[in-house]
Design a protein around this ligand. Structure first.
Ligand code: SF4
Length: 410
């Protein structure tokens, strides 16, 4: 059994660094407006830096050009492909046949990965893509585990598979959605989804025989989120995913923060490594304890275990974690007074956790004292942008630069 690649989102160079620091084997990111997260794109300089940084670590960067492209953008596509060839991208994710032909013509050495946007659901389709130059297919989120096993059993050994294990799912069939275009004039198929399915909606019914008798339809006091989905979480299913031979396990979230990406990557890194080290004793609960501290919505296994599963509606429409939030990041460790970049209001007495790469259990401690990083004066609280972006505090274990600290909400 080969250990699967852990693939993380990188909406910026900083996010890519955070993902690698916390254990990602590879990251994926976009270019300009040619990917399906046009608001989370790294510019070309950032992309170059990300690829150089990754290659120094022996890691990989895949770049998305996965829009459905009209003829008018092919000049841009050519430029992007040539640029990716020059900076040695490790793969390009695409879904449109014309774009795929262009990559094959201009940069035949770059592996083509078929994006989830192409909705690959079967070995038939995967084999079609293989014959047409693909080295990897990203599997549709609508598949269950039996479908995935069947597909892997019926494709050539040289064709890699990638599947989502964590993050947002679409209310519509993945990506085939015009809701955002209709509601916000932002086209999901051109990388500009406004996530309109997550919005609260006012709904009414009117009795046909009694016009004007309009009655609101409400879920509860938190709002009416009839189109909103829970987030995918397959932490319990990691052993099965490893056993079935999926090449790459993918985390969604190019718009998520560095803290979120690092935290989720750290958990799945530990889970995969622990399973390979000791498969008999894989216990997902300890990983779930940590995921609970980061999740911003309720979680679902979606269709992975059961295609008839209907437990994926997020009725509360939450967008934040009620128990923990980002606290800050270690700038410089010192046994007495470490420099911390503030991420949120911090107060003496706050319970915080230091997230250590490769360790599932964070180091918990209480902030006993803080000092202004410029004046050295003792302070009892700090706000980002007020006292300063940095603060000095005591950290009870030797911490490294850029490790994240989370704060327990009161
Ligand atoms: S609006 Fe929702 S369902 Fe539609 S593409 Fe965006 S995230 Fe997916």
């Amino acid at each position: 059994m080969k250990k699967p690649e852990l693939l993380a989102p990188a909406g910026s160079f900083e996010k890519a660094k955070a993902a690698f620091r916390y254990g990602a084997d590879a990251v994926y990111c976009g270019t300009g407006s040619l990917s399906l997260r046009s608001r989370a794109e790294v510019d070309n300089d950032d992309l170059r830096k990300t690829i150089e940084f990754a290659h120094e670590l022996g890691k990989k960067v895949y770049v998305t050009i996965n829009i459905y492209a009209p003829d008018s953008v092919y000049d841009d596509i050519e430029k992007q492909v040539l640029m990716l060839k020059e900076i040695k991208a490790d793969g390009i994710l695409a879904s449109d046949g014309g774009v795929i032909e262009k990559i094959k013509e201009l940069a035949p050495e770059i592996p083509i990965h078929i994006s989830t946007q192409a909705n690959t659901l079967s070995a038939h389709t995967a084999n079609f893509w293989y014959k047409n130059g693909a080295e990897r297919v990203v599997l549709s989120r609508e598949m269950n585990k039996e479908d995935i096993k069947e597909l892997i059993a019926n494709i050539p050994e040289g064709l890699e598979t990638e599947t989502f294990i964590h993050g947002a799912i679409c209310w519509a069939y993945s990506g085939r959605c015009y809701l955002s275009d209709y509601m916000a004039q932002r086209n999901a198929n051109l990388g500009d989804c406004a996530q309109s399915c997550r919005w609260a909606y006012n709904m009414y019914i009117e009795e046909a025989n009694n016009p004007g008798n309009i009655m609101p339809v409400e879920e509860d006091s938190t709002g009416t989120y009839v189109l909103s989905s829970k987030d995918l979480c397959l932490i319990k299913e990691i052993p099965e995913l490893c056993e079935m031979g999926v090449t790459s396990l993918k985390i969604e979230g190019r718009l998520k923060s560095e803290y979120y990406v690092a935290s989720i990557v750290n958990i799945y890194r530990s889970a995969i490594d622990d399973y390979f080290n000791d498969p008999e004793h894989y216990d997902y609960k300890k990983y779930m304890t940590e995921i609970d501290k980061i999740k911003t919505r309720d979680l679902t296994t979606f269709f992975f275990n059961d295609k008839k599963n209907t437990d994926y509606q997020e009725f509360a429409g939450k967008q934040y974690n009620p128990n923990f939030e980002y606290g800050g990041m270690v700038e410089k460790y010192d046994a007495d007074k470490s420099l911390v970049r503030i991420g949120n209001r911090l107060t003496v007495g706050d319970e915080v956790e230091l997230i250590i790469p490769g360790e599932i259990k964070p180091v918990e401690f209480t902030i006993e004292k803080m000092w202004d990083s410029e004046t050295g004066e003792e302070v009892d609280h700090v706000n980002p942008g007020k006292v300063g972006q940095n603060v000095l505090m005591n950290i009870p274990v030797e911490a490294k630069e850029d490790w994240f600290i989370r704060r327990k909400r009161k």
